[in-house]
Design a protein around this ligand. Structure first.
Ligand SMILES: NC(=O)c1ccc[n+]([C@@H]2O[C@H](COP(=O)([O-])OP(=O)(O)OC[C@H]3O[C@@H](n4cnc5c(N)ncnc54)[C@H](O)[C@@H]3O)[C@@H](O)[C@H]2O)c1
Length: 203
């Protein structure tokens, strides 16, 4: 049997590419996504389970069904501007949702997690390039919601033995080399696709 990984955001941009990578490296990715921003067509590399990370019952039943050995957690709201006008939406979905997911993992003895944090946890950098140990001083609710999850994860590691790592990456861009997936955000706020849109429109 293939080793199973539960991927939250499996129907989103980064999650769907991750599912493809996992599939081609001997794993079975279980896509868990509520499709609020995701695309059903992006789920091609393993089973799809529609569900919300805030829904602990649904998480329990999916974990019981597949017994994943780890979770890759990407599901979140990720629009900086929207997080400033509606921070409650971000703390509820990102922080509470991650807390619910971590609780389900603890209750079902799933101990490994890769968490998709963000460069936005650094805030305004004092040095460039930014070293990974740079102080984290986020300047918007989106970044603060992600930093809260990083801290929660660290506390859960000490208390409950959850093992994890946090990815603080910058603007991802582009598609898988075979162009089977791609980036599809509405609205598109990321630097590289937005610039390409401007160039294409101007051209
Ligand atoms: N795209 C980037 O350049 C970038 C850079 C740094 C960090 N990140 C982080 O990577 C992650 C994924 O980003 P993306 O670009 O793939 O975003 P995306 O909007 O394409 O995907 C997010 C996915 O999460 C799902 N989702 C949201 N809330 C959910 C919930 N409560 N329950 C279940 N599913 C839910 C959405 O339906 C969507 O499919 C995010 O956590 C984001 O903060 C992205």
């Amino acid at each position: 049997m293939k080793r199973r990984i539960l991927v939250t955001d499996g129907a989103g941009y980064i999650g769907s590419h991750t599912c493809k990578y996992l599939f081609h490296h001997g794993f079975e990715p279980i896509c868990y996504d509520n499709l609020v921003h995701g695309h059903r067509d992006f789920v091609k590399w393993g089973p799809f389970e529609e569900g919300d990370i805030n829904d602990s019952q649904r998480l329990h039943s999916v974990i019981d069904k597949y017994r994943p050995e780890a979770v890759m957690h990407f599901a979140a709201y990720a629009y900086v501007g929207e997080s400033m006008s509606d921070p409650m939406k971000y703390y509820r979905n990102n922080v509470y949702g991650s807390m619910t997911l971590l609780q389900a993992m603890c209750e079902r003895d799933v101990q490994k997690i890769v968490f998709s944090s963000t460069c936005a946890t650094y805030g305004v950098p004092e040095t460039i390039p930014i070293p990974v140990e740079h102080a984290q001083q986020p300047v918007d609710p989106y970044g603060r919601s992600k930093l809260a999850i990083e801290r929660m994860l660290r506390d859960y590691t000490y208390a409950y033995g959850i093992r994890g790592c946090c990815l603080r990456y910058f603007n991802a861009a582009g598609s898988d080399p075979e162009c089977e997936l791609g980036e599809w955000h509405e609205p598109e706020t990321h630097l590289i696709p937005s610039n390409l849109e401007i160039v294409i429109c101007a051209g």
